[in-house]
Design a protein around this ligand. Sequence first.
Ligand SMILES: Cc1cc2nc3c(=O)[nH]c(=O)nc-3n(C[C@H](O)[C@H](O)[C@H](O)COP(=O)(O)OP(=O)(O)OC[C@H]3O[C@@H](n4cnc5c(N)ncnc54)[C@H](O)[C@@H]3O)c2cc1C
Length: 455
Amino acid sequence: MKTIKEQARELNVRAEVDVLVVGAGPAGIIAAEAAAKDKSLKVMLLEQRGYMGGNLTIGLPILSFLGPKGNQVVKGAAQKFIDRMWAKGAASEHKPCKNHMSLTIIDPDQVKTVAWEMMDDAGVEVLLYVFVVDTIVENGKVKGVVIESKAGREVILAKTVIDCSGDGDVAFRAGVECNKGDENGGMQPPTLMFLMRGVEMQRLRDAICNEPEKYDMDVMPTSQFREGKFITVGLRGRILEAQQKGYKVPVARTILITGLGEDEIWVNMTRVSGVDSTDPVSYTKGEHDARVQMYEVMAYLKDFVPGFESAWLERSAAFMGIRESRVIVGKYVMTAQDILEQKRFDDAIAVAGYPVDIHHAKGGDCTMLFCEDAYQIPYGVLVPEKIEGLLVAGRCSAMDHEAMAATRVMSTCMALGEAAGTAARIAIADGVEVSAVDVTKVQQALLANDAYLNL
Ligand SMILES: Cc1cc2nc3c(=O)[nH]c(=O)nc-3n(C[C@H](O)[C@H](O)[C@H](O)COP(=O)(O)OP(=O)(O)OC[C@H]3O[C@@H](n4cnc5c(N)ncnc54)[C@H](O)[C@@H]3O)c2cc1C
C-alpha cells in the first residue's frame, strides 16, 4: 500500500479526567455510571455517534436477565437501568424463554433518553461525535487517548481508561494482544435489524400454536407464543420451501422479535458473512449487502409467514449490528468449558445465564450449547495481560470465540461494565493499578449496589 509520512505535531489536551470510558453501548453507559457513583471522580464518556446506547438502539431485546433455572442473575446497575425504562413504559417484563433464558423488550429510542438521564444524574461528562483513534502509552501504562472530531485531533488524559468500544479499539491501539473469531478467523456475521409494522400478531401466534409441525420453533414450546412478548427461532421448513421456490433467505431460522407496540416485529434475519467491522471497506460492503437482503427477507415473510401479508417496513436500524470482532487477551481468557461446567471463580465480578450461541461464520445456521445453570465471570477477563491503566468491558473482554458467543448479550455486557467502572473507582481511591485492585472490595461494592455474584 502507498504510504505518506504524517508530520509530527503538538496536540491540544482537551481534558484530564480520572476515568475515561470509550464507547457508550450497554457496557459503556453502565461503566461510566459505576465509575462516577460516589461523585468523587471526574468521569468522561466518549462516543462516536450522536447518541448513547450502542446496540441497545438497534431493535434488539436484552437477553438473559434470568438464568437457565429462572432466577434473576443480572441485577445491580443493569436492573436499575431497566427500572428507569419501566418507569417510562419503555421496557417489558423479563419474560422467561426456553431458548434465550429470558427476553426484555426495550424501546430503542427511549434508551437514548434514559442514558442521558443516567449520565446527568451521575455527573458524567459526555462527549459525542468523537472517534478514538490512538492511545497515549508511557512505560507500559495507558495515559489517555487521541480523539478525532470536527475540532481536529486532540488528547484526553485519564488515570484509567475503560475500553467499551465493542471492537477493542483502545486496547488494540495500545498494543494489547487481540484475537478475532474462530481458529480460522471466522467471525459471527453481522445483521442489519429492521422493524415491520402492520403485523397481524394473532394470526402469527395461531399459526405457531396450532400448527407446530409446519411452524416449528426449535427448542421452544408453543405455550411461549400464546401471549406476551416473544422471539421466534424456527420456521426452518418455511425457509427451505421459500428457498426452493427461488426466494433468497440468508438464514436457516426465522428470527422475529415482538416490539412494544401490538403490531410491531423487529426482524433479525439479514446476515452478511465475512464482514470485519474493523475494516471500513468490509463494513461498507456489509451495509450494502444487508440492505439488499432486507427486501428479500421481507418478500419471504410476506409470502410464507402468517400475519405479514399486509405488513410494511417501518424503519431499518441506524447501523448494521456487529456480533463479533476483536477480543483482548486478558489476565484470564474465559472458555466455553468454563461456562458449560459453571466453573467457580474467587474473583467473580458478574454472573451470566446465556448459552453459547454461535451464528456460523459461513452459511445461515447457528450452534447452541445450553448450560444447566448460570455461570460466574472472573475479574481477569477485564484486565489486559500486559498493560496497565486499562480495563476492557463488553463484547471485547477476554473470551475465546465460543465463550464470547455467550457473554456477548447485553445484560452480561452491562454487568461487565458495572464491574469495570467499580474497579476503576476503587483502584483510584486506593492508589493502586487496576490490575492490582482488591477484588474483594470490588465484589463488596457490587453487592452493595444489589448485584448478583453467586459467591
Ligand atoms: C444482530 C445482533 C443481534 C444480537 N442479538 C442480541 C439480543 O437479542 N439480545 C442481546 O442481549 N444481545 C444481542 N446481541 C449482542 C449485543 O448486542 C452486543 O454484543 C452488545 O451490544 C455489546 O455491547 P458493548 O457495549 O460491548 O458494545 P456496543 O453495543 O457495540 O457499543 C459500543 C459503543 O462504542 C462506540 N464506539 C466504538 N468504537 C468507538 C471509537 N473508536 N470511538 C468512540 N466510540 C466508539 C460505538 O459507537 C458504540 O456506541 C446481538 C448483536 C447483534 C449484532
